[in-house]
Design a protein around this ligand. Structure first.
Ligand code: CU
Length: 481
């Protein structure tokens, strides 16, 4: 080895290259990069769509990794019957998953599709440099920008568009994840998934059908209509659920595109054995819920022990059950009854002192209502828990679907008939205030006390004309069945 070759080898040791680089391409010293960079072996990055993750990197030396990412604006599904004009990296929300190795040189090409109406750029949190690449990647429709960066710090990083108005570009779907694997790699696991949370601020409310547009005023209040995993309601449920088998280790690369909310990421029925806190090198163990900041990430790992459906949520729980932030992991395999038994018994519970309590004690110590006023107060709670979902808060019902209890001629002409409605349920055609309903009201399973209270509450609310139903009336009706 002559002296100049030795010197060059010394230089490129910066890139931790041992044997390959010298062989790679001596003499191709062209372009604006240093000779060192050009001697790295070149590969094209494998990009994947959520929930898929590119394969683990097996190289133990750095490479020049070429990333080609397209920005594309297109209409897609946000929820059933709801569409949105997404601005994307790679045609999907979240954008493509990029995987490189610590020490790699990343040659980034941002291609803004000719059909785009907006210029876009990219800020990768894995970049050390102005704007995380944004200042070098501002790209007009039909143009392509190139810049390079060295992946110095290992970790899981968010990338996003940073073109003004930045919030709007992110809110429309322009974010994704780039993993910089540590030199030594990550511990092997059986399954890896890409899960990214984000919010949408739409002109209509949650579930309003049709093509929705971005609502800037709502975005400023930070109260979104949708909070979702992987770009839409149901992107990770039912047919689209994540899959695993009992006994497998699962790693989720979790990102949060925001633009505003912090996620409390949780998988119902699992405990994260390991978490790379905030996507960095700090490992936390035995974690129930991990914080994923807006513009941040976490890597969570767990071993599946028992079969079943495990539900991933943002544990700010209304987001999960009312705004879409809910996904599923379906684990197949054999039960392990020592770890989870399933329901073992369901028997009658008779508290000390005997007798079946008919109504839960309230904080004021009241058990059974002793007068009509107490009955109404207790009945209100029963109503809110058992009836309001269908008959609505003011008893107004929902036109054509759930009949009203406020001013209902059906109810008021014969209050005792309603006891049967509760006890037996009601289905088939029923006419309330001249409108025919043909739905199904399931039989209500409540104590005599609670049934009496809720009916008394209804009779005395919303301008209904009063009256009282007693537990004994319910008991008698039960007898006559
Ligand atoms: Cu953009």
């Amino acid at each position: 080895m002559d002296q100049s070759t030795k010197n060059r080898r010394k230089d490129i040791s910066v890139f931790h290259v041992t044997t390959i680089a010298v062989l790679a391409c001596i003499g191709q010293f062209v372009g604006s990069f240093s000779a060192n960079a050009l001697e790295l072996p070149v590969e094209e990055a494998v990009l994947t769509t959520a929930p898929q993750v590119p394969p683990a990197i097996t190289r133990d030396f750095p490479a020049k990794v070429v990333v080609n990412l397209d920005s594309i604006e297109k209409i897609g599904r946000l929820a059933d019957g709801v569409e949105y004009t997404f601005w994307t990296f790679g045609g999907t929300v979240p954008g493509k998953f990029i995987r490189v190795r610590e020490g790699d040189l990343v040659e980034f090409h941002l291609n803004n599709h000719p059909s785009s109406k907006m210029p876009h750029n990219i800020d990768l949190h894995a970049v050390t440099g102005p704007g995380g690449g944004a200042t070098s990647s501002f790209t007009a429709p039909g143009h392509s920008s190139q810049f390079s960066f060295k992946a110095i710090n290992p970790g899981l990083y968010v990338y996003h568009c940073a073109t003004a108005p930045v919030g709007m570009h992110i809110a429309n779907g322009m974010y994704g994840l780039i993993l910089v694997e540590p030199e030594e790699g990550l511990p092997p696991v059986d399954r890896e998934y890409y899960v990214m949370q984000s919010e949408f601020y739409t002109s209509g409310s949650y579930g309003d059908e049709g093509l929705q547009s971005f609502d800037m005023a709502k975005a400023l209040t930070e109260i979104p209509d949708y909070v979702v995993f992987n770009g839409s309601v149901g992107a990770m449920t039912g047919e689209n659920s994540l899959q695993a088998n009992v006994g497998e280790t699962v790693r989720m690369y979790v990102g949060n595109g925001g633009p505003n909310l912090v996620s409390s990421f949780h998988v119902i029925g699992e405990i994260f054995d390991r978490v790379n806190v905030e996507g960095g090198s700090l490992i936390n163990e035995n974690v129930q819920t991990t914080i994923v900041p807006a513009g941040g990430s976490a890597i969570v790992e767990f071993k599946t022990e028992v079969p079943g459906t495990f539900i991933a949520v943002d544990h700010s729980i209304f987001r999960a059950f009312n705004k879409g932030a809910l996904g599923m992991l379906k684990v197949a395999g054999d039960e392990d009854l020592m770890i989870y038994s399933g329901k073992q018994d369901d028997s009658i519970y008779l508290p000390e002192g005997g007798g079946v309590q008919t109504i839960a004690k309230t904080s004021s110590g009241v058990s059974a209502a002793s007068n009509k006023q107490e009955r109404i107060i207790s009945g209100k709670r029963v109503y809110e828990q058992n009836c309001m979902a269908c008959h609505q808060s003011e008893g107004q019902g929902i036109a054509g679907v759930f009949p009203p209890l406020s001013g209902s001629d059906y109810l008021l002409s014969d209050p005792k008939r309603s006891i049967d409605v509760l006890l037996k349920g009601l289905s088939g055609e029923v006419t309330v205030n001249g409108i025919v309903y043909n739905g199904v009201m399931p039989a209500v399973k409540l104590s005599d006390e609670k049934m009496a209270n809720v009916l008394t509450y209804i009779l005395n609310s919303w301008n209904n004309n009063g009256g009282e139903i007693l537990p004994i009336n319910i008991a008698e009706a039960r007898q006559s069945h």
